[in-house]
Design a protein around this ligand. Structure first.
Ligand SMILES: Cc1ncc(COP(=O)(O)O)c(C=O)c1O
Length: 349
């Protein structure tokens, strides 16, 4: 049976170019990254720092680890951080901020990731009140996964930076898919990252690497992050084997390729919207398409019916989340639209 895997862009496998690089590797390109002498890891980190316009970068095992290290390196236990109520850090990172960082995590609502930072003023704890913790950080997420891969405007980054400065806060962005967002907005990623103290982005999503994320920021931040990474068990040794694929992934043509994923999500949305189904599909900014289905549909059952028909997705609330990536092409989109439509029609009967 033909299987189309839309569960996430994390299912991507290395590109032929990445395999070529692996095949041409030898021991001269490897070292011990805990000793900070793996030349390929150092090459990747230097390249990554340049791409996002920061002083330094660190190769970490995952987006979750990168976000957590960014929090640990820039806060002190007992402090409070502000995050969107639908953010990945709050909802899907196992409460690491609280468990590992001793942080109070305070959420704020938004309109699909959009908010006026000045409206958060009442959440900032007064420094001179001995009863209250210190608010020390605010986090953005871009693209915003839960709201459907929204590509935030740079104006929100600027306004949040100003607000952070006024209130002595650090600003972190969970940029797991920040290149999809930058491409959707037709800007260089630095137009976002110039406003933040730290950025985490994933190599293992649309950029198609098998493993790994990058965190980037000042030298001081990365010096501290190296130690936190070690504490979390993320000190790896001949990591150049996997870093070599990250070096390929950060070539401009691979980053630019993400526009194809963004377009395929739009194409699927357009086809499904024209099929006279009882669904609503907000036009996606990036590579995440959310298909809103009627409230009476049982989502685990719908997800299972799609899976049985070869279409792998994840249900998210009363929505089917479809993520496009380098393993999907236009023919897959047209084929899937027909299957998805058939399954939804049968399910609503
Ligand atoms: C927005 C966002 N942040 C962070 C992560 C975590 O990345 P990882 O799965 O590499 O830990 C994800 C994963 O899907 C994500 O969607």
């Amino acid at each position: 049976m033909r299987i189309i895997d839309f569960r996430s862009d994390t299912v991507t496998k290395p590109s032929p170019e990445m395999w070529e690089v692996i095949k041409s590797m030898d021991n001269s390109k490897l070292g011990d990254d805990v000793e900070r002498d793996d030349p390929t890891v150092l090459e990747l980190e230097a390249k990554a720092a340049k791409v996002v316009g920061k002083d330094a970068a660190l190769f970490v095992t995952s987006g979750t680890q990168g976000n957590l290290i960014s929090l640990l390196a820039q806060t002190t236990p007992g402090e409070e951080i502000l995050v969107d109520e639908q953010s990945h850090i709050y909802k899907w990172e196992v409460g690491g901020a609280a468990r590992m960082g001793g942080l109070m995590v305070r959420t704020f609502p938004s309109n699909k990731g959009m908010f006026n930072p000045n409206n958060l003023q009442s959440l900032i704890r007064p420094h001179d009140d001995i009863h209250q913790p210190i608010t020390s950080m605010i986090c953005l997420e871009n693209s915003q996964n839960y709201y459907g891969g929204i590509a935030l405007p740079t104006s929100l980054f600027k306004e949040t930076r100003d607000f952070a400065d006024q209130n002595h806060l650090k600003l972190h962005v969970d940029g797991a898919r920040i290149f999809n967002a930058a491409i959707a907005r037709k800007i260089d990623v630095k137009e976002y990252t110039k406003f933040v103290d730290s950025v985490q982005f994933c190599l293992s999503k649309g950029l198609s690497c098998p493993i790994g994320s990058i965190i980037a920021g000042s030298h001081e931040f990365i010096d501290s992050a190296i130690k936190w990474r070690k504490m979390l068990g993320g000190g790896w040794r001949q990591a150049g084997i996997i870093a070599s694929m990250g070096v390929v992934a950060l070539e401009q043509k691979w980053i630019d390729r993400l526009s194809v994923d963004n377009q395929l999500a739009k194409n699927l949305g357009t086809i499904l919207s024209g099929m006279d189904l009882p669904i609503n599909i907000p036009e996606p900014d990036t590579n995440i398409l959310m298909v809103e289905v009627p409230t009476h549909l049982d989502m685990p059952k719908l997800e299972h019916s799609l899976e049985s028909a070869g279409i792998r997705t994840h249900a998210m609330g009363q929505r089917i989340r479809i993520v496009t990536h380098s393993g999907i092409n236009q023919d897959d989109i047209e084929y899937s639209a027909q299957i998805i439509s058939d399954v939804i029609r049968k399910s609503v009967l």
